[in-house]
Design a protein around this ligand. Structure first.
Ligand SMILES: [Zn+2]
Length: 402
């Protein structure tokens, strides 16, 4: 049996024999003899010196691990030089075929775990980790200049660098740009100072140390408070009131109420009749809860309207009217909430003036969580960072490879 077959990655290779060794397939291959140019003197030669047998791992064939026994030919030149023939399917001194290398490069990034990639490719996890680190080195350039508008948000990465990491993304394209090892002010400040010369706008949640870092590193850059984050303060406030009111209730009532608490958070106009009935019963429990509910509704009305208009002056005026309502109601949890809103008022109004939001980061954060659950052992921050950023870069690549 001596034929040429076009197996992917093995073009023009002569397959001399195919053997099955248990679950493995072994292909005995060689290349046709042909004229080679001597690398030393440049003369042409076809004189064979000897053969060396080389074992090379290749991709799975029919779902089975496959390796090549390659009979590598060496030529001899009249000048005395001996040299190996050219083989396009393998790089010099490699134990893996080029095709294998290509797939390994994609799989080490896309597989759920290094172990899984290793099993698919018939190699050890540590080989896959080494591949991964090579790819990371090639593809991850640090020190790129950040774009004009960026967004920053923390997430729980639980790596050896700390519990929380900070993700930096392009606010216009939503493309993640980098991950910082922690959310400390100095870390953010140094990073922005180094790479943020072009940054004109930063979207963030209401973390005072983020704001301080941006101010100190970038001076008068526009800061935009993320909508999702500032709305949460109002929801936290009504939830506090709800909890206090419920504590005073009978245990049975308490459980039932807790299950139905969503009726308080939904906008009134979006409630069905049945939910409305629960809502009325719920807020009928206490005068304070009823007031808290009305304040939340007033806030939502302001927020929904603010999103639709360009009149930032009027947005501010109506927000201040909401503050007055809260002032009259005198519910401590709401007073506390609007104090935070007041501290961040400029940044909140910016979110309507510039129309940016961080929402997409939640999606990334969720993806990251899944990755973390799957990739047991991603404790090392450098690997974790590379894994997340490379996955985003490789999103469109090699979905069907390997
Ligand atoms: Zn020669």
């Amino acid at each position: 049996m001596n034929f040429i077959m076009n197996i992917p990655g093995l073009k023009d290779v002569l397959i001399e024999k195919i053997e099955e060794h248990g679950e493995r397939i072994v292909l005995y291959v060689s290349l046709p003899k042909k004229l080679h140019r001597c690398p030393s003197c440049g003369a042409r030669t076809k004189k064979v010196h000897d053969y060396r047998l080389q074992k090379i791992k290749h991709l799975k064939w029919f779902e089975r691990l496959t390796c090549l026994f390659y009979k590598r030919r060496r030529y001899a030149c009249a000048c005395g030089k001996r040299f190996s023939e050219k083989a396009s399917f393998i790089d010099k001194y490699q134990r893996f075929s080029k095709e294998w290398n290509l797939v390994a490069q994609v799989r080490c990034i896309k597989a759920k775990t290094f172990k899984e990639a290793g099993e698919t490719l018939g190699t050890s996890s540590s080989t896959i980790i080494r591949r991964f680190q090579q790819v990371a080195k090639q593809h991850m350039v640090s020190g790129v200049r950040l774009p004009k508008a960026i967004t920053i948000d923390e997430y729980k990465g639980d790596t050896d660098a700390g519990t929380y990491q900070l993700i930096v993304a392009n606010a216009d394209t939503h493309e993640p740009l980098d991950i910082l090892p922690n959310r400390r002010k100095d870390t953010i400040k140094d990073y922005l100072y180094q790479y943020g010369a072009d940054v004109e706008l930063v979207v963030m949640d209401m973390n005072p140390s983020f704001k301080a870092a941006v101010r100190e590193a970038l001076g008068r850059t526009v800061i935009v408070a993320d909508r999702f984050h500032f709305c949460r303060y109002i929801y936290w406030a009504i939830d506090e009131v709800r909890r206090k009111v419920q504590k005073e209730r009978h245990a049975y009532d308490r459980k039932k109420c807790k299950r139905m608490r969503y009726v308080l958070y939904k906008r009134s106009r979006k409630l069905h009749d049945k939910s409305k009935w629960y809502r009325d019963r719920y807020i009928g429990m206490s005068e304070e809860l009823k007031t808290a509910y009305e304040l939340k509704e007033a806030y939502c009305e302001w927020f929904d309207w603010a999103k639709t208009t360009d009149d930032v002056v009027e947005v501010k005026r109506r927000l201040e009217a909401f503050y007055r309502k809260v002032g009259e109601a005198r519910i401590p949890d709401f007073l506390k909430a609007i104090q935070t809103l007041k501290n961040w008022q400029v940044e909140i109004l910016n979110s309507f003036a510039f129309n940016y939001s961080n929402g997409f980061l939640e999606v990334i954060n969720n993806k990251t969580k899944v990755m973390k659950r799957n990739a047991y052992g991603f404790r090392r921050f450098d690997r974790f960072r590379a894994k997340i950023l490379l996955n985003i870069q490789y999103k469109e690549i090699g979905v069907h490879l390997g």
